[in-house]
Design a binder for this molecule. Sequence first.
Ligand code: SF4
Ligand code: SF4
Length: 60
Amino acid sequence: MPTVVDEEKCIGCGSCVDVCPADPKVYEIADGKSKIVNPDSCIDCGACVDACPVQAITMK
Ligand code: SF4
Ligand code: SF4
């Protein structure tokens, strides 16, 4: 799993889901937070890290 989401910081905006080019998408919004549901599809592009407005995502 190449990315980590800090759920304390996440505001559930969905930007990480929108920008993720992976298929299936790595994230899904559930209960107002971004959850990593498909870690193996991540291609390490970093788009989600750049897109997050609250810097909740870091690359492992
Ligand atoms: S690094 Fe790229 S492929 Fe991986 S979760 Fe983020 S946007 Fe998706
Ligand atoms: S972009 Fe950041 S704040 Fe928005 S849902 Fe994803 S992790 Fe949460």
